[in-house]
Write a protein that binds this ligand. Sequence first.
Ligand SMILES: Cc1cc2nc3c(=O)[nH]c(=O)nc-3n(C[C@H](O)[C@H](O)[C@H](O)COP(=O)(O)OP(=O)(O)OC[C@H]3O[C@@H](n4cnc5c(N)ncnc54)[C@H](O)[C@@H]3O)c2cc1C
Length: 445
Amino acid sequence: MKVVIIGASYAGVAAALEVRKRYEDAEIILLEKQATLGYIPNGLHLYWENSIVDLDAAYFITKEQLERQNIQCFLEASVEKMNTVNKTITYLYHGRELRLTYDKMIIATGSSQLSQKISGSDGESILKYKRYPEAVAALAKMETSQSITIIGAGPVGVEAAYLLSKQHKKVTLIESMDYILFKYFDKEMILPVQERMIEMGTDLRLNQTVSAIESEGEQAVTVRFGNKSVTSDAAILGVNVRPNLSYLDEHIQLHLDQTIAVDCYMRTSVEDVFAVGDCIQLSYGDGDKTEYIPLVNNAVRTGIVAAANLIQPETAFKGSLQTIGTFLFGYYVASTGMTEAESVFSGQTVKAYCQKVSLTSLPDADTVTIKWIYDAASHVLLGAQLISTSNILEKINTLALVIQTKQTLEDLQQKEYFFHPSFSQMISATNFVSWLEVRDDGNEN
Ligand SMILES: Cc1cc2nc3c(=O)[nH]c(=O)nc-3n(C[C@H](O)[C@H](O)[C@H](O)COP(=O)(O)OP(=O)(O)OC[C@H]3O[C@@H](n4cnc5c(N)ncnc54)[C@H](O)[C@@H]3O)c2cc1C
């Protein structure tokens, strides 16, 4: 069996490794248009936060490691066309046009930071840094820039605002919603981060939709929103990404947002063609609802699922909860599943409850504020948000599992946990607490 995978980042690499694990004799070919593979999209932020000393360290896997698994990697191989009737793929390899046949194809070409609504956003002076060469260029530009405008207060934009303001840059952050990180948090939960951001000097412009970006040579960038504008040394596009699918065959069905339509086995509308990662929409929550949720964990899991279903449908994708965790302006914040704000679109009667819990039994213990979002009738947990000045990020994974396995608040009260006074409380932070003594009723809404 000849398996051709297009795109060698998280989704493509995960698929390749899983295909190798399952099919010892398969011929596996990875086509990647860049000169390197395995770059971590957050590499620049890792560098700014001093987690790595060089952008060259921001790789999660190498070509050699894949080749040791007998996975053939063609770098600087850009797929230009495909013909799913003849089962051929046409790609440019070091400038030469070549063709390849396949038995099974996995599309994993991911996404790029683009905006169709903001004119000028594709200009070279607008920094994006998902890819290694972009990150190198952005780093050089940032080092000589004192003022930076960031468009979009999602995780990328807010992390950039934090890391740049720590470097004493003058940061302006523009967001069309009325608070930051709205996809993941309810307003009151994320407000402490927003307040600290403003205290640290970020010029936060909420409820503002950017319409155009104009660059004046190498020197300055003007970002226009409403009848206002901000001119700075550099601008970062931190808006949602869009899939890279210009080479697609017309037989592969798309959603209205131009992502590839797949079933729960990652099969496209064409036999023997699968699509994974940032190219597709995913099932989100209960029912048939699908959404575009471009995150690494979804890319990896869908890659593994596609590989499992190459011959016949065996393993269904269990859905995404849009789980995230990060550190911003002095706070560890994490979220999984439904927010209270989005519950109005769910057709469910949903309740929310906030509690503040000490993290250990020690007298100076830090606390974590947890927001639980649950079905009013069944008490099944639907979403959770955490904020603390201590590192509570791993706890969100427990709560994601609770939601995935459809457990109730009552189940959560019974969740088993270890106790040690230095590391935990009498009640674990991820156990729903209903006692007045340990909960903060003031936050209930
Ligand atoms: C700045 C930034 C930071 C991020 N940080 C995080 C984070 O901390 N956590 C998280 O969960 N998510 C993060 N994300 C999202 C995350 O990067 C994506 O969800 C993830 O990379 C998707 O993996 P993928 O393999 O589907 O696609 P991609 O990572 O987009 O990779 C697709 C690959 O396909 C290649 N390719 C594209 N077109 C072709 C072609 N025609 N021929 C051959 N090859 C092609 C590309 O060169 C690329 O290597 C971040 C995104 C950005 C923009």
